[in-house]
Write a protein that binds this ligand. Structure first.
Ligand code: B4P
Length: 190
């Protein structure tokens, strides 16, 4: 199986590129952001707790996120592989992902991180906020999300560096150009 971790700061294009990767490689998409937003839309107890945290730009607790991932892995076995979009976001989540995949006799093939400068991230997310009204795409929350990323999420890159699985990709330019760079990386491990 081809199991890809798609990594990067908020607004780096993870969701955008994930849909192109899925189309080409027929992978099962697991986006913790989408799963959490679905819980919010369904107004579940989990969704109510998550909304408060997401609107501040903080990370939802590891326990909740890991539980959601295990459920998704269990009901989607037997495909071409998985793309993890926006997960893992902490080193503990990365360790838990490793355990969950090992239980299925699987492993992460590559972790692709999208590099985008902060000014560009803010520009993209402010634009999305204006277009879609997404409640965490406002200046205050965007700045906090980027701070949280630097403090809590960047260490995940060192975890995959140690395993020689981290492939940084330039996340600036057109969506198609970035996708070409990603495909080049995937072809090397596929
Ligand atoms: P996510 O849903 O993962 O949101 P995100 O980081 O903003 O990335 P997203 O995929 O939506 O945006 P993209 O970069 O594609 O997380 C939201 C919140 O959920 C987190 O803050 C956290 O609270 C919680 N959460 C999620 N996962 C969690 C976890 N594992 N643990 C704990 N908490 C978790 O795109 C952004 C914009 O850029 C789009 O409008 C797009 O059209 C545009 N864009 C993309 N590529 C472009 C390009 N090349 N040029 C110009 N614009 C581009």
């Amino acid at each position: 199986m081809l199991n890809i971790v798609l990594f990067g700061p908020p607004g780096s294009g993870k969701g955008t590129q994930a849909s192109k990767i899925i189309e080409k490689y027929n992978l099962t998409h697991i986006s913790t952001g989408d799963l959490l937003r679905q819980e919010v839309a369904d107004q579940t107890e989990l969704g109510k707790k998550a909304k408060e945290i997401m609107d501040k730009g903080e990370l939802v607790s590891d326990d909740i996120v890991i539980g959601m991932i295990r459920n998704k892995l269990n009901v989607n076995q037997g495909g071409a592989g998985f793309i993890f979009d926006g997960f893992p976001r902490t080193v503990d989540q990365a360790r838990e992902l490793r355990k969950a995949l090992t239980d299925l006799d699987e492993r992460v093939s590559v972790m692709i991180s999208l590099d985008v400068p902060k000014e560009e991230l803010v520009k993209r997310l402010m634009k999305r906020g204006e277009e879609t009204g997404r409640s965490d795409d406002n200046m205050e929350t965007i700045n906090n999300r980027i701070d949280v990323y630097s403090r809590q999420t960047v260490p995940v890159t060192y975890y995959y560096d140690k395993m020689h699985k981290h492939a940084p990709v330039d996340g600036t330019g057109t969506v198609d150009k970035i996708f070409e760079r990603i495909v080049e990386v995937i072809e090397k491990v596929n």
